[in-house]
Ligand binder design. Structure first.
Ligand code: MN
Length: 293
C-alpha cells in the first residue's frame, strides 16, 4: 500500500499567516484528512515560528515550506547584489523551516518566479547553483531536504523540465537536494508524465498534484492515471501535496506571480476533501493495476 504523506497547500484556506490564519489552515487541513500542510514562505519574516510550531503540534500535523524568489532578489542573475538578497531570503526561509521542525524547503528557490524577457546565462545559472549548494549544506545540518520545483516557461527561464533540473542538480552536487515535480507545470513542458517521473528515480523528493487549470482534480485535462501509475511503479514514498489556486483566496506575493485571475472555487473544504479522495483513489487504482500485471 502506498503510504505517502498527503499534503495540502495553505492557499486552499488562507492567503496570510497570522496566528488566526495559521489556526484555520492547520486545523482545516487536519479536518480534511491530510498529514501535512505546505506553508508559503515568500516573506519568511511574516511566519511566527514558535506559534506555528505549537499549532502544528497541537493538531498533529507535519509541515513543509515553499517559496519563489522575488524579482529583486533573484539568484538566477549576474548581479551579485541581487544574488546576495536572494541568498538572504533563502537562509531566512531555512531558519523558519528549521524552527518549526519541518524537513522540507522547496519551490522556485533557484530563481525568481517571473516571466523573464530573455534566456538565462551560464553565469546566472552558476550563481544560482552555488547559492543552492550553500543552502543545501546548511540545511543538511538539520536533515532538511531542499527541493527544486521546475516550473513552466512563463514562471522561470532556468528550470522548466526534469532533465534540466537533473543537470542543474549535478552542478549543485549535494545529496539532500531533490526534484520537486508539479504535474501542472509538467503538463505544459514535458512530453508526458511517466518517462520524466521515472527519469528522476530516487532523486524525486516532493510532488505537487494540481489540475491543468489549477482547480478541482478530475475536471481538467491532466492524465492522472499516468501520473499515479508512474509514482506507484517507481515506488515513490515521499510527500504528495495538493496545490490549487482561486481568486477566492489571495496571497499578496503569490497570487499575482502565478497569474491567479479567475475564481475556480470558493469552498476550500469541499475542494480539499475532494482532492484528498481523488489522490487516494488514484494511488489505489494504480496499485491494483500494478498488482494485476
Ligand atoms: Mn507547485
Amino acid at each position: 500500500m502506498a503510504n505517502n504523506p498527503l499534503g495540502v497547500h495553505a492557499l486552499v484556506w488562507t492567503g496570510g499567516w497570522t496566528p488566526a490564519d495559521a489556526e484555520l489552515a492547520i486545523s482545516s487541513s487536519k479536518q480534511a484528512g491530510f498529514d501535512l500542510i505546505e506553508i508559503p514562505a515568500l516573506d519568511p519574516a511574516t511566519v511566527d515560528v514558535v506559534d506555528t510550531k505549537a499549532r502544528l503540534a497541537a493538531h498533529g500535523m507535519k509541515s513543509s515550506f515553499t517559496l519563489g524568489l522575488a524579482v529583486d532578489s533573484d539568484i538566477n542573475s549576474e548581479d551579485l547584489a541581487m544574488v546576495d538578497r536572494g541568498r538572504k531570503t533563502l537562509m531566512d526561509a531555512l531558519e523558519v523551516a528549521r524552527g518549526t521542525g519541518a524537513t522540507y524547503l522547496g519551490g522556485v528557490i533557484f530563481g525568481a518566479i517571473t516571466k523573464y524577457p530573455a534566456p538565462t546565462t551560464e553565469k546566472a545559472r552558476r550563481n544560482s547553483a552555488m547559492v543552492i549548494k550553500e543552502l543545501a549544506q546548511e540545511a543538511a545540518k538539520d536533515n532538511i531536504s531542499i527541493g527544486l520545483e521546475f516550473v513552466n516557461r512563463y514562471e522561470s527561464n532556468l528550470l522548466n523540465t526534469v532533465s534540466q533540473t537533473l543537470e542543474y542538480m549535478d552542478i549543485v552536487d549535494e545529496p539532500n537536494v531533490v526534484v520537486h515535480a508539479d504535474v501542472y507545470h509538467m503538463n505544459i513542458e514535458e512530453n508526458g508524465f511517466r518517462n520524466p517521473l521515472l527519469l528522476c528515480g530516487d532523486r524525486l523528493g516532493y510532488v505537487h498534484i494540481g489540475e491543468s487549470h489549477r482547480g478541482y482534480l478530475g475536471t481538467g485535462t491532466i492524465n492522472f492515471d499516468e501520473v499515479f501509475g508512474a509514482l506507484v511503479d517507481m515506488n515513490y514514498q515521499g510527500p504528495i501535496t495538493f496545490e490549487s489556486f482561486s481568486s477566492a483566496v489571495v496571497d499578496r506575493h503569490l497570487s499575482t506571480a502565478l497569474a491567479v485571475w479567475r475564481n475556480l472555487w470558493s469552498d476550500g473544504m469541499d475542494l480539499a476533501v475532494s482532492a484528498r479522495s481523488y489522490i487516494e483513489a488514484g494511488l489505489k487504482d494504480a496499485e491494483e493495476t500494478r498488482g494485476s500485471r
